[in-house]
Design a protein around this ligand. Structure first.
Ligand code: ATP
Ligand code: MG
Length: 469
């Protein structure tokens, strides 16, 4: 692909900083250079798409984030891809902090691998199966327990190789009977899945709790309050499992929880120690089916709350299910052999985008939290036909870029009203508005998307404000 002249110019700026004089210069892709709306690809629409039932799906289509290419399968358009990458990065950072190690497994798997665990026949029609040209049976992975077990099994001999938690962020395919709500229940979707290997049950419990905390921190950083819910373990098997639900009217699950959970603050979650975690896991929450099965709930009736939730994460401790069926052993301290105890831990990375929008929008459109906003600032030139406005806006744009502030610049020759509507729709946290009347007085307007508050500032003042934090 050809880079624009402006892009090359900005890149060459960095060649000068490359002191080693290698043949291939250090390459920094300064994408923001190309983020003038007049040259960007942002297909927004005013019309509400007829096939979309819930607000996040409508807004994702209207704001040009995704486009459906087949039932439950989406192309990620430039703006949507930026958000997806940011969500992925928050997830990755919290996994890394929890001590998990990233790798990347393929999307396509061999059926024989799944025959080892006995799940090839058990999994059912959600698994997309096909044969290659040599008539070998293959599948598009719906999850990776078998593959990671095989990889770990073939590389691990001793208790000294434990504990380990490995994860990847990779596309999955599940042939959902009813794909709906956009990326919320897709057929192809992006998942973070982690797998822990421990010598014994106590080790597994520690790995599980580390993930539990990592999940709370991840969702808090994404601006979401996610309720941990005790869950039935289903076909993956095992004995300990929690789902994490974002409370939203449009959620597909009914969740029962202790009102005391509502008092837990984000700060508490972000700094949770062992005793806080114990308190959180003890605050009983469960899915509707489980609630009915148990018959009586251990939460005092006056503290029992029921809401709808979107499942954004799910963790399982299943012990030796796969290590035993797939013959993975390690030598233990006594010289004998033991099957490692395992857990698996999923986060719906692409589903999270829908969940964030469900939780954060108004009539005008999306309200991105700073952590995942596709750009931090939307720079609006109100009068592209006015030389003063254009040169001031161009300068502001250049300076914002220099300060490393991710900016989408609406430099198009369009009415101001249309520009405002687009900026509100795509939900960037800040709008910086340059108009002729303000410029006469040497001021620009800064609007906070979340509250609608507007403030007049000098050019320097606006730059300083946006360059901080
Ligand atoms: P659900 O109950 O919503 O069908 P699941 O329990 O089958 O999900 P898991 O196997 O626990 O899903 O997968 C881990 C995470 O992947 C889920 O918590 C969810 O966030 C996400 N996920 C699962 N299925 C889908 C899907 N069809 N589309 C988007 N995300 C999904
Ligand atoms: Mg689940």
């Amino acid at each position: 692909m050809a880079a624009s002249a402006a892009g090359l110019k900005n890149r060459s700026h960095f060649f000068g900083n490359c002191s080693r004089g290698r043949a291939t210069p250090f390459f920094v892709d300064l994408k923001p250079t190309l983020m003038r709306l007049s040259r960007y690809f942002l297909p927004v629409t005013k019309e509400t798409p007829a096939d979309a039932q819930i607000v996040s799906h409508k807004l994702m289509l209207r704001a040009g984030l995704v486009r459906q290419t087949a039932a439950g399968i989406y192309a990620w358009l430039p703006l949507g891809l930026r958000v997806l990458k940011k969500i992925e990065q928050v997830v990755r950072e919290e996994q890394d902090k929890a001590g998990a190690i990233e790798l990347l497994m393929p999307t396509i798997q061999a059926a024989d691998l799944w025959r080892e665990s006995g799940r090839y026949d058990a999994y059912g029609p959600e698994m997309l199966r096909f044969t290659d040209r040599h008539e070998r049976e293959m599948l598009y992975g719906p999850t990776n327990e078998e593959m990671i077990t095989a990889i770990f099994r073939d590389a691990t001999k001793s208790y000294r190789d434990l504990p380990r938690t490995l994860y990847h962020i990779q596309w999955k395919f599940r042939d959902e009977v009813r794909p709906r709500f956009g990326v919320m229940r897709g057929r192809e979707f992006l998942m973070k899945d982690a797998y822990s290997f421990d010598l014994d049950e106590a080790g597994l419990k520690a790995s599980y709790e580390a993930m539990f905390v990592a999940y709370l921190r991840t969702f808090a950083r994404l601006g979401l309050q996610a309720v941990p819910v005790r869950a039935p373990t289903g076909p993956i098997g095992g004995n300990l499992s929690h789902e994490f639900h974002v409370l939203a009217e449009t959620g597909e699950s009914a969740v029962f929880y202790d009102a005391a959970l509502e008092d837990v603050t984000h700060e508490e979650l972000l700094t949770a120690d062992a005793s806080t975690i114990a308190r959180l896991t003890d605050l009983y929450a469960m899915e509707a089916e489980e609630h009915e099965k148990v018959g009586e709930c251990p939460v005092p009736p006056d503290r029992l709350r029921s809401r709808r939730g979107i499942e954004v994460g799910h963790i399982f401790a299943f012990g030796t299910k796969y290590s035993a069926s797939m013959g993975m052993t390690v030598q233990n301290k006594e010289g004998g052999s033991a099957h490692p105890h395992m857990g698996s831990y999923g986060i719906g990375v692409s589903r999270l985008m829908g969940a964030i929008i469900e939780a954060r929008h108004d009539n005008g459109g999306i309200i991105w939290p700073e952590a995942v906003a596709p750009f931090r600032v939307g720079l609006i030139n109100m009068r592209a036909d006015d030389a003063g406005c254009a040169s001031t806006s161009d300068n502001l744009y250049a300076q914002l870029q220099q300060a490393g502030v991710e900016t989408l610049y609406d430099d198009r020759d369009e009415r101001g009203g249309a520009k405002f509507a687009t900026m509100d729709l795509i939900g960037l946290p800040w709008q910086l508005i340059v108009g002729p009347r303000g410029l006469e007085r040497g001021v620009v307007e800064l609007k906070k998307r979340a509250t609608g508050e507007r403030e007049e500032l000098s050019l320097e003042g606006a730059l300083a404000r946006l360059s901080l934090g």
